[in-house]
Design a protein around this ligand. Structure first.
Ligand code: ZN
Ligand code: CU
Length: 487
């Protein structure tokens, strides 16, 4: 072949493997990377002089709650504007599919924290196959790979969620999970910290996770706790992987709560000990604050908590829980009760712990962004450029090639996403071109809906989707079914 769609000349190629950058020409044809060489003597429809810019594989957001966003807002601006070309949805035990909300939930809203994925009417995929079809019809700008949420399965099978599932209910959940794995789900997620899954003993999770082995699927978990008993919670997660020989991915690994600060060394020690005999990884977002629905267990007057939304009191969004409690002459706990259901940002993580976890070699980047939040945590729009600009370039926490590996080659390998995550001939042309001197997040806690700076161009499956002037309007994302084992 001599004629290509696109040639990028003299790009500083950081290929996603973690290896040293190289100055190369890269040619793209028919949605794939057609050729890579120091100098290519090919012709192309478009030629870009990429001198001084970094060319990397498109970023994989390993931890998202974009399940319904990829269908409702398929332009996916918060992600594509960061260079993200693939999102993994279905984390923390909650997924849009397979879900059949009963009439009660239709009326009062989906069970917590499925509310993070949108209102009841957003849940209209009774099977995983229906969800795959809906994504094909919506044509999102990014590729989508999907986990199945344990809490979502519980809401299908059980009349109440504050107890363990019976054998018959487990059988029903297994049938749902089996359908999903057959239709291309990449794994199972749990959110055992949340009240609607917390009563599930690990035996319930094990009974479901058994199906993952032959499907070569993964187990991801928002662990039962991230505070004092975090080491026990990690062991519980690792047990699932050991029992069924499945890879375990710990979601948003952190030491949460002031009493738990300074324990990242101990946590990573336990993590590494387990890694010597089973496959374990984790994801992390680069902020010292978390965000989710408002959880009474996390209310602590020493922690700054900002309310991002409240169904009964929308007018208080943006204020701190301390301010609201004072206005109402209530304790913070009583004020939090009155705000329910609500969303919050918790400034409850130590920056030092977060950096240690972020820098760990098994840590992948995941935004955990909440796209339905009217005042979202800035991680939704800023995670990836923040890792590249702030933590790699400015703080020198790790080299650029390591930062990119954490968001490309490593997640592709850990989640079994084939032919993506690396710049290799014949791989799909998911690519991001950016200025390494200027790339940076601009979203902040006070002004969270802002695109990053320094992104030059983003291609998804070879299609130019975003440039420094904004979205091109093209949407070439695909649903990525699980294809291969990841060992
Ligand atoms: Zn979570
Ligand atoms: Cu999450």
């Amino acid at each position: 072949m001599t004629n290509c769609d696109l040639i990028l000349r003299r790009a500083r190629v950081v290929d996603g493997s973690g290896g040293e950058p190289e100055i190369l020409d890269v040619a793209i044809a028919n949605g794939r990377i057609a050729a890579i060489a120091p100098t290519l003597s090919l012709t192309a429809h478009t030629v870009i002089d990429a001198e001084g810019l970094v060319l990397a594989p498109g970023f994989i957001d390993t931890h998202t709650h974009d399940d319904t966003s990829v269908i409702e807002t398929p332009e996916m601006l918060p992600k594509i504007s960061q260079g993200v070309t693939t999102v993994i949805v279905g984390n923390c035990g909650i997924s849009a599919a397979p879900v059949r909300l009963n009439p009660d939930y239709q009326k009062i809203g989906p069970p917590d924290p499925m509310t993070l994925l949108g209102r009841a009417e957003f849940f209209r995929y009774p099977t995983f196959t229906a969800y795959v079809d809906a994504i094909a019809a919506a044509k999102p700008a990014v590729n989508v790979a999907a986990l199945v949420g344990h809490t979502a399965l519980r809401s299908n099978a059980m009349d109440r969620l504050d107890r363990a599932a019976t054998d018959a209910e487990i059988a029903a959940m297994r049938a749902d999970l089996e359908e999903a794995l057959h239709a291309g789900a990449i794994g199972l997620s749990t959110g055992l910290a949340y009240a609607n899954a917390n009563a599930a003993p690990n035996s319930e999770v094990l009974a479901l996770a058994q199906l993952l082995t032959s499907a070569h699927a993964v187990y991801t978990t928002h662990m039962r706790t991230e505070t004092e008993a975090i080491l026990d919670a990690m062991q519980e997660a690792f047990d699932v992987g050991r029992e069924h020989h499945v890879p375990v991915i710990v979601s948003h690994l952190k030491c949460a709560g002031i009493d738990n600060w300074g324990r990242s060394g101990k946590v990573l020690e336990a993590f590494d000990a387990a890694r010597t005999h089973q496959q374990i990884a984790c994801d992390c977002y680069p902020y010292a604050a978390g965000s989710s629905t408002l959880d009474l267990k996390q209310v602590d007057p020493r922690v700054k908590i900002t309310i991002t939304w409240s169904s009964p009191h929308p007018e208080v969004a943006g204020q701190t829980l301390a301010e609201i409690a004072e206005q109402w002459s209530l304790s913070q706990l009583d004020a939090a009760r009155r705000l329910q259901p609500a969303g919050a940002i918790y400034h409850s993580i130590s920056e030092t712990d977060m950096r240690m976890i972020l820098a760990h070699p098994a840590t992948m980047i995941g935004s955990d962004g909440l796209p339905h939040d009217p005042r979202p945590h800035p991680r939704l729009w800023g995670t990836f450029p923040r890792v590249l600009g702030r933590y790699s370039r400015e703080e020198k926490l790790f080299p650029l090639a390591t930062a990119i590996h954490k968001m490309t080659g490593l997640p592709a390998a850990r989640f079994g996403i084939s032919q993506r995550g690396l710049i290799r001939e014949n791989f799909h042309a998911d690519l991001v071109l950016f200025n390494p001197e200027t790339i940076l997040d601009t979203a902040t806690f006070t002004d969270p809906v802002r695109p990053s700076q320094g992104i030059h161009s983003v291609w998804v499956n070879g299609t130019l989707t975003y440039t420094s002037t904004g979205a091109t309007g093209e949407r070439a994302g695909k649903f990525l079914k699980r294809e291969v084992s990841n060992d």
